[in-house]
Design a protein around this ligand. Structure first.
Ligand SMILES: [Zn+2]
Length: 217
């Protein structure tokens, strides 16, 4: 199970504080609700593209000694199952859907000059589909404003709430993903298919998602 790492600094700062397992150790298990602190259980690695960063980050895992299940602390600037950071995706979506930029200009606004246009189309398609859910779910956080459509309304609410704040609340409390869960993780972001894990992955299943043209998402 993934929960969000309560950390709001830069990627560099995140990587520095990771070495201390006590710093953000959950004091109870979010899965079985056992009231004992979880045991540090290593890391897994995932790729991340952010403004000025394209590489691999470690994600800390903990183990519940009662239910024997693991919990990983995903930094809140990253989105589950997507390689690109929340910042990059939000800059692109605002430029494309709120400001009316072309796909190429929106990619530039997100500092992704060489990004294949299919990736941007994919984000737009997913956001459009998720917009009604977001507009509804964000109502307690941001006063709805009159807008011509739900996509504009959801974007306006995300901008006024702050994308990371909105992501943290929606993911932690409702298990809602800003771009919607893919079918293999729906409805709550948990893998329902057990796949054989390599010894190196220590039980974590790495998933690489490709669009119809074979580009990594
Ligand atoms: Zn547990």
């Amino acid at each position: 199970m993934q929960i969000l790492h309560p950390f709001a600094g830069s990627i560099k700062q995140y990587l520095e504080v990771l070495s201390d397992p006590d710093r953000f150790r959950p004091d109870h298990c979010p899965q079985c609700e056992a009231k004992n602190p979880l045991m540090a259980h290593g890391f897994y690695c995932r790729t991340l593209v952010d403004l000025g960063f394209d590489g691999v980050i470690r994600v800390r895992r903990y183990l519940c000694q009662f239910c024997k299940r693991t919990v990983s602390l995903l930094p809140q600037f990253a989105l589950p199952w997507l390689r690109f950071s929340l910042m990059v995706i939000s800059l692109f979506l605002v430029a494309r859907l709120l400001k009316g930029f072309t796909l190429a200009a929106a990619a530039l606004a997100a500092s992704q000059r060489t990004m294949p246009y299919q990736r941007g189309q994919f984000w737009v398609r997913r956001f459009r589909k998720q917009a009604p859910t977001l507009a509804l779910s964000l109502a307690p956080l941001a006063a709805p404003v009159p807008t011509p459509d739900l996509v504009t309304r959801a974007l306006t609410m995300l901008e006024s709430t702050g994308w990371i704040t909105a992501h943290r609340v929606l993911f932690s409390e409702l298990r809602t993903h800003l771009l919607g869960w893919p079918q293999f993780l729906a409805p709550q972001g948990r893998c329902t298919t057990l796949l054989p894990a390599s010894p190196a992955s220590r039980g974590y299943t790495h998933t690489i998602c490709l669009d119809s043209s074979g580009h990594r998402l």
